[in-house]
Design a binder for this molecule. Structure first.
Ligand SMILES: NC(=O)c1ccc[n+]([C@@H]2O[C@H](COP(=O)([O-])OP(=O)(O)OC[C@H]3O[C@@H](n4cnc5c(N)ncnc54)[C@H](OP(=O)(O)O)[C@@H]3O)[C@@H](O)[C@H]2O)c1
Length: 357
């Protein structure tokens, strides 16, 4: 019998009736005193999860910086799980980047993301933790899939070549969760968020995602009083964005209420053209120059949005509008001097002491 199977014993007029329910699922509710490990807590998603856990009153949140625990080392990860015995794990640690970083360092992206997922998931299995939530990404979906992208579209066609290495590692991570769930009854589940932004994003000039990259460019243009900012492409492709604090609320809900071997999409439904995105950032940053599009540069996919019916059925909605989220992100980036660091690397923002254990 699997460790998640339950045995129901009935006594009827003196005789004993036993019925084994293989894999009867009951929901585990994370208690306020539960030990929760957030892997990748200094990052965009991880820091939001820690903020939200703390604001909801969870008071045993475990965190480790890369220097304290390099997740690429299986033995160190095992030793950490044996010693600290976390009950719940959020896997928000990963090597992450925009198109340039993904296409320039594919070997690093596939290797590091595979190893981080394997080490954490295997240590969670060996140490019999109660539940693990793994974060994937919308790039797992085939390049030419129908929009909005439904969970069933996974592996139904070729991937986008520019982030194939990253996507393969993310698919392996979600499949690890699925198969440990199927074979051992481990409650390892996965969520696929849409494009994220928020405090503690990376503003690296080359390696960051489109929203923080544009924010940096408008901010620098404002500081240097440049007359115009040129944005690549026609400005017409549509993208979906989710503020990281809204993601964190969704993930805690999923940890409490979602029980399935099948992963779940997390999208805001907030879909804008790149032109609308650039205009919103320009307004929030307060840049007074011109915004110009260069249609000779590639546009990429014309539309990319998640079908998030499953998470909506659980009662979750994104609360922040795009403008509100961008305003909060810009305020945080200014506070942490994110645009002044040499290379835009986030961990130069280590005034984040609140989150350190
Ligand atoms: N950003 C998005 O738009 C987006 C969209 C969809 C899904 N996601 C998913 O969400 C997850 C988190 O992404 P994110 O944007 O929050 O990434 P992020 O901001 O780059 O944060 C990743 C975190 O992982 C840590 N980390 C990486 N390698 C490590 C290692 N070997 N040992 C210990 N820690 C390590 C990083 O530590 P350092 O601080 O030391 O670098 C960082 O704190 C990823 O799985 C990603 O696929 C992100």
């Amino acid at each position: 019998m699997s460790k998640n199977a339950f045995k129901l014993t009935l006594y009827v007029t003196g005789s004993e009736w036993t019925y084994n329910w293989a894999r009867v699922t009951i929901l585990l509710t994370v208690e306020k005193h539960s030990k929760i490990f957030v892997a990748g807590h200094l990052g965009l998603a991880g820091s939001a999860i820690v903020r939200e856990l703390k604001s909801q009153g969870f008071h045993q949140v475990l965190t480790k910086t890369r220097e304290e625990l390099d997740l690429l080392h299986q033995e160190k990860v095992n030793a950490f799980f044996r010693k600290e015995k976390p009950e719940y794990v959020f896997v928000a640690a990963a090597r992450v980047g925009g198109i340039y970083a993904n296409s320039t360092y594919p070997a690093d992206f596939i290797y590091e993301n595979l190893v981080i997922a394997t080490n954490l998931i295997h240590a969670a299995h060996e140490n019999k933790i109660k539940k693990l939530l793994y974060l994937g990404s919308s790039c797992i979906y085939p390049r030419a899939t129908a929009q909005p992208m439904k969970e069933e579209a996974l592996l139904s066609g070729p991937l986008e070549p520019t982030n194939e290495a990253y996507a393969i590692a993310k698919i392996a991570g979600l499949k690890l969760c699925k198969h440990f769930y199927a074979q051992y009854g481990d409650r390892f589940i996965s969520a696929m968020p849409t494009n994220l932004y928020g405090p503690h994003d990376s503003y690296h000039p080359e390696n960051s995602h489109v929203l923080p990259a544009l924010m940096r460019r408008f901010h620098e243009a404002k500081e240097k009083r440049l007359p115009e900012v040129v944005v690549w492409g026609s400005g017409t492709p549509k993208r979906e964005f989710l503020y990281s604090d809204d993601l964190a609320k969704a993930l805690i809900l999923i940890m409490n209420e979602y029980e399935s071997q099948e992963f779940i999409n997390v999208g805001s439904g907030i879909e804008v053209t790149i032109k609308e995105l650039a205009e919103t950032i320009k307004k929030v940053v307060g840049y007074g120059g011109r915004l110009i599009f260069d249609p000779s540069k590639p546009d990429g996919m014309m539309r990319k949005i998640m079908d998030s019916s499953k998470i909506r059925a659980l009662g979750w909605r994104a609360l922040n509008s795009l403008e509100e989220g961008i305003a909060k992100s810009y305020a945080s980036a200014l506070e942490h001097r994110a645009f002044q660091s040499e290379n835009g690397k986030r961990h130069s923002l280590n005034s984040f002491s609140l989150l350190k254990k």
